[in-house]
Design a binder for this molecule. Structure first.
Ligand code: BTN
Length: 225
């Protein structure tokens, strides 16, 4: 495991994708700020400088790459388990890869890569930021807004990267991810529309696809993902 730190960079995901051939499995890249932070679906990821955890890690291990379907929700689950264990937060997983606390988004994950060669897993975890402008699609929260305490970002980056590496290599990583998502599913029984299928969420399957009971629902009630 190797940790690289930047004060500012375009995007930690983009950096690792461009330089993946220079780095080994479990290289973590942290940055205090991103000038072009990326979210899912071509959205921008905004994060105030020096306030939050912004990082990506590289996976090159073939066995882990073969579990790629579990990596995104699995990473969200590991960060959520960390917040549950060490901060006592009541966490939920919002498919496909967000963490929610008190009904608000605290963390997002962006998986990129080139199968079967490598994966880059990007994590944006809101930590000490307390003001969020209206540019956010879903209402955000942060560790500080929940716990009322500042966190030491250097210690948190070390603890979270160690926690991820320790647990992601375990044999039961996929099963633990599945069990945790089933028991902490933010969308369970909520009405959604995913890829033009509308209905009520009944769970996720073993390949981490969302399960929807597609009885017709009123479009105005739908949370579009
Ligand atoms: C999402 O919720 O849409 C995913 C957000 C992922 C943001 C992180 S921050 C670190 C890494 N670098 C990026 O440009 N994006 C991810």
């Amino acid at each position: 495991m190797k940790i690289i730190k930047f004060d500012s960079i375009d995007s930690t995901n983009s950096y690792l994708k461009t330089h993946e051939n220079e780095y080994e499995n479990f290289t973590f890249v942290f940055s205090k700020f991103q000038t072009s932070g990326k979210g899912r679906e071509n959205r921008t990821w905004f994060s105030e400088a020096n306030k939050n955890l912004i990082f990506s890690y590289l996976i090159k291990d073939k066995n882990l790459i073969s579990k790629y379907k579990a990596i995104s929700l699995g990473t969200a689950t590991l960060v959520a388990r960390f917040l549950e264990k060490f901060k006592n937060f009541d966490v939920q997983i919002k498919w496909p890869n967000d963490i929610y606390v008190e009904g608000k988004k605290i963390c997002g994950v962006l998986l990129e890569g080139n199968l079967p060669n490598y994966l880059v897993v990007g994590v944006g975890l809101n930590v000490n930021q307390t003001n969020f402008n209206d540019e956010y699609r879903t209402p955000p929260t942060s560790i500080k807004l929940i716990s009322k305490k500042d966190s030491d970002l250097d210690k948190l980056s070390e603890d979270i990267s160690n926690f991820i590496v320790k647990h992601i290599v375990k044999k039961d990583f996929e099963k633990k991810t599945y069990d945790f998502v089933c028991s902490h599913n933010y969308l369970l029984n909520k009405k959604v529309k995913v890829n033009n299928v509308s209905g009520v969420v009944t769970g996720v399957d073993k390949n981490f696809n969302i399960l929807i009971d597609d009885k017709p629902v009123e479009s105005r009630e739908i949370d579009i993902l």
